[in-house]
Write a protein that binds this ligand. Sequence first.
Ligand code: OFO
Length: 176
Amino acid sequence: MISKEMAAAINAQINREFFSAYYYLGLSAKAEDANLKGTAAWFLAKHGEEMGHALKMYHYLIDQEAPVELSTVDAPPAGTQNVVEMFESTLHHERGVTRAINDLVDQALSEKDHATNVFLQWFITEQIEEEATVSDILGRLKLFGDQGQGLLLIDNELAQLAQGMNTTIDAATTGP
Ligand code: OFO
């Protein structure tokens, strides 16, 4: 059993994870609109990953017999973005999520809630990987150009990356 405060903080994070999923679905739609099929597939795979993260937390609350409180998910930002802006906003977004996960760990540690601390370590590692991947894509876009053949090359790479992404993350359990 975890504290009411810890459960509330995890419920808030569930909302952020669903927002992340929605955010990436919005970017996928923008990429579709720009005929960037690989980029759209990559953001759609991100959408699936974020849904998995939300469900992982959902199942953790259930396992801990803590109440699940679902709340309204904000709409993703409207408007058009070029592909560099899409990945810049993704990096900015993920850095915000990393701060939120770090705050959750701080809270678990301050409550001496070892179970939640251990549970959250998976998310800490995931955030490191996500930020690194997005930085890498952004670096390549800036290096090879976000237009013409360079963009086509990166779009094809993103299509391949999307195929390898673990969108079937084991969301039905709290384990890694
Ligand atoms: Fe939920 O993994 Fe990043 O946002």
